[in-house]
Write a protein that binds this ligand. Structure first.
Ligand SMILES: [Ca+2]
Length: 113
């Protein structure tokens, strides 16, 4: 008898929890920019690799990390109103195209500040 009541309580708790999770699900629809996040992570890795291999000196790496910060800020700004429009997405990709070229150039050119 005691066991049955415990099972009933456990089952009720479970039902209650899944109902809560389901009720919260629609709220969790934050604007996502997985493509931009992935490029950003990739670029940060390239900068770190450049520093490790000596292809980038500290000043260059610092400058590039600042550019990454600017993109992250622009991304947060684009998300702030809850919608990342196609235009905002294009702008973020354009910024990343620029920094990507910059990283490539600095990594494959002679050292110059
Ligand atoms: Ca927006």
């Amino acid at each position: 008898m005691q066991k049955t009541i415990q099972q009933f309580i456990a089952a009720s708790a479970l039902t209650f929890m899944s109902a809560t999770v389901m009720a919260q699900a629609p709220v969790a629809s934050q604007p996502a920019t997985p493509g931009i996040d992935k490029r950003q992570a990739n670029q940060e890795k390239r900068i770190a690799q450049g520093v490790a291999s000596g292809a980038l000196n500290e000043a260059e790496a610092k400058r590039m990390n600042r550019q990454q910060d600017r993109i992250a800020k622009a991304e947060a700004h684009a998300k702030a109103d809850g919608v990342v429009t196609a235009k905002e997405r294009r702008k973020l990709h354009r910024m990343q195209n620029k920094t990507s070229k910059h990283i490539h150039h600095q990594k494959h050119d002679a050292q110059h500040n």
